[in-house]
Design a protein around this ligand. Structure first.
Ligand code: ARG
Length: 588
């Protein structure tokens, strides 16, 4: 099934062609004056230059050609040369019935589905998730779902931070505390114990402590650097410790991501790139891509057209240690080898943009990624507190993600209890579901690249452009469906009728551009396009609901028509929130 705007545009373009004008002028947009019309075309004005004719004359000719069109109920040429359109009631109903009877509401699969590797989440092992990791997980999950829904193959990779100084720090601190552990005995050649020598809480306590110590104590810092290097060079005991750190930490991370309704196909980390580094470096040297600079190995990546200085991409430090660039480049090697992706996209804080510019350029220059594979940086803005500064705890520290979620859920629970007398257990479950929607929608309704203010009061409100408002609307529909079935009625066949009232018509107008919204969200990497669509749809439904007697409607055919429209709307809304990565409760 075609996109709504495409169908309208095709029709308008044919009107231009019939008038002897170039079809390219028939571009249509949603009206910016909804009081005057639903869709508009300004092409006649643009055509004036080419044809040296008054725009209004051309607009009138086009309008005349479209008079009999079954798509439009009104075609108007307005001075100085606008074309205004309203859609016909039968066309709107047909389109909605088409959506109702097609898979994925009429969104066709692509002719050639792409394989996309999506790098998001990016947590660091042994450090608890903090609010800084929220956006990557939430936006990444939505982008993954949208691309899958479009019909592409998407492989989500969490890309754990497991290869840097942080590992050396943990090993160093463990050594201070438990020097007798077998892992530190260099002469030991046997198997290492299965049980990790620490718990997740210990691990989470060790890392920040070690990190603090290393900033103040030069000798400690040196030890940690040395441990990192030995680990990277394959020291057995350290590798065994790394495995324990990974196991304990990943189990905990999985639990936390699950709470966020976020999942990954691959749980690879920076360390998985390590085996590819030596050959990669050799190749860069051999082919003259990399050169030494002050003892370090670098690849020049600046280009003549650069407006600002792009420094060389550093591959190895002077002590031979690998860097963030190195693991990202070596990661591309296995991604290309194992998955042959058409595109690799990274959902990362936009403050890391320079790093990705350097890596992408180095990857192209050194032939690591073929030209046929796109490389996309989807940089997101900062989540700020109400004071406009990066979100912090009341004490000014970094807030744990789990604390933030618990706070929101608590707030939600109070509201739900105020609203409804639900059994305690159900009230809690509902609060978690609605709380997640509040957080995710609050984030996703903003353009990813923009900073935004995390405003708990606003996000948890049942009114306005919020997750809970969308859920409330869905719950309302579910309740109407239950009542309808409660009076012994059931839809034999879904049949949406041509709209008769303004509110019914507005609902159909809001419903029809579903595909348009999903495609835009996919093409632009902007899940906020879907938020905007479902918000307008929820508003249109609530307006229709207030204006229309649905359950007490005497005319059964009409009632079934209303119910058909309601059911389709609720399915589309549920699909929309599923694409965003949250769901609706039964009651709230
Ligand atoms: N672990 C990194 C951080 O916390 C994010 C990783 C992003 N992905 C990547 N391929 N570099 O900043």
């Amino acid at each position: 099934m075609k996109e709504l705007i495409e169908l309208i545009e095709e029709e308008v373009r044919s009107g231009f062609t019939k008038a002897g004008l170039d079809a390219s002028y028939g571009r249509v947009t949603v009206s910016n004056r909804p009081d005057l019309c639903e869709y508009q075309c300004n092409g006649a004005m643009a055509a004036a230059k080419q044809y040296h004719k008054a725009p209004i004359i051309m607009a009138q000719a086009v309008a005349e050609n479209l008079e009999k069109s079954s798509i439009f109920s009104k075609v108007e040429a307005v001075k100085p040369g606008f074309l205004n359109f309203n859609l016909s009631a039968s066309f709107l109903a047909d389109y909605a019935n088409g959506m109702a009877s097609s898979e994925r509401f009429g969104l066709d699969k692509p002719e050639k589905p792409l394989t996309i590797i999506l790098d998001y989440g990016g947590p660091n092992v042994a450090k608890p998730l903090h609010v800084g990791h929220l956006r990557s997980a939430v936006i990444g999950e939505a982008i993954k779902r949208i691309a899958k829904f479009m019909g592409h193959t998407v492989i989500g990779d969490v890309h754990l931070g497991d290869w840097g100084l942080q590992m050396g720090l943990i090993i160093t601190e463990l050594h201070e505390r438990k020097p007798d552990l077998i892992y530190f005995d260099e002469n030991y050649t046997g198997d290492y114990p299965e049980e990790p020598p620490f718990t997740i809480s210990e691990l989470e306590e060790i890392y920040p402590l070690a990190s603090g110590k290393s900033k103040e104590d030069e000798a400690y810092h040196e030890k940690a650097l040395e441990a990192t290097k030995e680990l990277q060079n394959g020291r057995r005991g350290y590798q065994a410790l790394l495995k324990h750190i990974m196991d304990v930490s990943v189990t905990d991370l999985k639990k936390n991501y699950q709470k966020l309704n976020v999942s990954f196909d691959l749980w690879k980390g920076e360390s998985d790139a390590a085996p590819y580094i030596p050959d990669m470096v050799e190749d860069m040297k051999k082919n003259g891509y990399a050169h030494e600079s002050e003892g370090a190995l670098v690849v020049d990546v600046k280009e003549d057209s650069d407006k600002k200085e792009i420094p060389p991409c550093m591959i190895l430090k002077s002590d031979g240690a690998a860097l963030y660039n190195t693991t990202d480049l070596a990661t591309m090697i296995w991604r290309v080898n194992d998955y042959h992706p058409d595109r690799i996209a990274y959902v990362v804080d936009k403050r890391q943009e320079l790093h990705f510019i350097q890596c992408f350029r180095a990857a192209r220059k050194c032939g690591i990624v073929p030209d046929s594979c796109g490389l996309d940086f989807i940089g997101f803005g900062t989540m700020n507190g109400k004071d406009g500064k990066p979100f912090k705890t009341r004490e000014g520290g970094v807030m744990r993600l789990s604390t933030l979620i618990a706070d929101v859920d608590q707030k939600m629970l109070l509201k739900i209890k105020e609203n409804n007398e639900l059994p305690e257990e159900e009230a809690k479950e509902t609060a978690d579901i609605v709380g997640l929607a509040a957080i995710k929608y609050g984030d996703l309704s903003n353009q990813p690249s923009k900073d935004y203010i995390f405003d708990v009061d606003k996000f948890t409100s049942f009114e306005g452009n919020t997750g809970p408002y969308i859920l409330y609307t869905i719950v309302r529909m579910k309740s109407i469906i239950r009542k309808y079935e409660g009076i012994g009625r059931k839809l034999e066949k879904r049949q949406i009728l041509a709209p008769e009232t303004e509110s019914e018509r507005s609902l159909l107008l809001a419903l029809a551009p579903f595909q348009d919204a999903v495609r835009a969200a996919y093409n632009e990497n902007m899940p906020n396009r879907i938020c905007q669509y479902i918000y307008e749809l929820a508003n249109a439904f609530n307006h229709f609901y207030h204006e229309t007697k649905i359950l007490s409607c005497e005319d059964k055919e009409k009632q079934d028509g209303y119910m058909s429209l309601l059911e389709l709307t609720s399915e589309v809304l549920e699909c929309g929130i599923d694409l965003l990565g949250f769901s609706a409760p039964e009651r709230m």
